[in-house]
Design a binder for this molecule. Structure first.
Ligand code: SMG
Ligand code: MG
Length: 373
């Protein structure tokens, strides 16, 4: 691939319903859309860094800076042969996995279009539909939570994750379990507890949860190990796993029994694939996390989740759960069996709606990529 230019768009899209986690309440969601032109084709990527550094230290603005000033210039000269070559070129940039992943995604889209193969095929995905669930934010009361969960069950979701935080955990989860005894249920704390505080989560052990996601700090594998040793319910790490190396060490340390994979958090689809492969050889279940993606990132998540090691349902809900208007022409819908169909057209398999993008664009820049003579 020879890259001619990259256009960055900073998008801000209104969410259909507010999304509250242990670190805050969001009414809209920011991201960067990347449009990469080369070889007469255009590839798209989504960088999932949001407006605020709540989920991770990256923000849309830090990603913009790092992409514009360091990563896009690293595409200059010579052909880019693929994701491995890309990772080598940006290896001088420490951290900023979401920025890296957004650009890598656009290169995968371009490569798929060049070869006439879908991302699912490029990654080695095997399924044409993947099991999905819905992630439900913290609600005003347990009653309100039951109403929201019930609504999603009516829509056909067969797996639900509820967000928890200290003081808004056991009673809420017990209420959902009592109302829906057979539901595949899990909780996500987004790092809101210390090891000492996590003792309060003990009653969750009686609720047949699929997993407890990221109870402790993101940089604390050891305390997750201590907690997992005390809990029968599998602990799943999200924020703590930023690379294949972290994944290996977390498993060696028995800090978790399940891993949530997000390409954005780990620096790209290639790194997500490596974590998948590692977990698969060790028999550790993985599932695809979500970052409230637009149709662009959602298409990539579906392709990733089609890999054989993704044995638990992903946080990949239908487009209408998030946005009244999306930026792709395709809207993803839930099938009757709580699955979503994996796109099969070349690359990501979606087309971008320029008019819809324009409506939600805060700023935009096109950067030429220098060619060597
Ligand atoms: O995309 O459906 C989705 C959201 C899934 O809960 C979700 N994501 O910690 O797993 C997580 C959160 C991170 C995003 S919070 C804005
Ligand atoms: Mg999470």
């Amino acid at each position: 691939m020879k890259i001619d230019n990259v256009t960055l768009y900073h998008l801000r899209m209104p969410l259909r319903t507010p999304f509250e986690t242990s670190f805050g309440r969001a009414l809209e969601r920011d991201c960067l859309l990347l449009e990469v032109s080369g070889d007469g084709l255009t590839g798209y990527g989504e960088c999932v860094a949001d407006r605020d550094p709540g989920y991770s230290y990256e923000t849309a603005d830090t990603a913009w800076h790092v992409l514009q000033d360091f990563m896009i210039p690293a595409l200059a000269s010579q052909e880019i042969s693929g994701a491995e070559d890309f990772q080598r070129r940006v290896s001088h940039v420490r951290g900023h996995p979401m920025a890296k992943a957004g650009l890598e995604m656009a290169l995968w889209d371009l490569e798929g279009k060049r070869q006439g193969r879908s991302l699912c095929q490029l990654l080695g995905g095997l399924k044409d539909r993947v099991e999905v669930g819905v992630s439900v934010g913290i609600q005003d009361s347990p009653e309100a939570l039951l109403g929201v969960v019930g609504g999603y069950l009516e829509q056909g979701y067969q797996r639900v994750k509820i967000k928890i935080k200290p003081g808004r955990d056991v009673v809420e989860t017990q209420a959902v379990r009592r109302a829906f005894p057979g539901l595949r249920l899990q909780v996500d704390a987004n790092s809101a507890y210390t090891l000492e505080m996590a003792a309060a989560l003990r009653p969750l052990e009686d609720l047949s949860l699929l997993l407890i996601e990221q109870p402790l700090a993101e940089d604390d594998l050891w305390d997750h190990h201590l907690l997992q040793a005390e809990f029968v319910t599998p602990i799943c790490l999200d924020e703590s796993i930023l690379s294949p190396r972290h994944a290996r060490q977390a498993l060696e340390m028995q800090a978790c029994r399940v891993i949530n994979i997000k390409a954005g958090r780990v620096g790209g689809l290639s790194q997500a694939l490596a974590i998948h492969d590692l977990c698969r050889t060790q028999g550790v279940p993985v599932w695809c996390g979500g970052m409230l993606e637009t149709g662009v990132g959602r298409a990539a998540n579906l392709a990733l989740a089609s890999l054989p090691g993704f044995t638990l349902p992903g946080d990949i809900s239908a487009s209408e759960r998030y946005y009244a208007e999306d930026i792709t022409h395709q809207r993803f819908t839930l099938n009757a069996d709580s699955t979503i169909t994996v796109p099969d057209a070349p690359g990501l398999g979606v087309t971008v709606d320029a008019k819809a993008v324009e409506k939600v664009t805060l700023k935009k820049v096109t950067l030429d990529v220098k060619r060597e003579a």
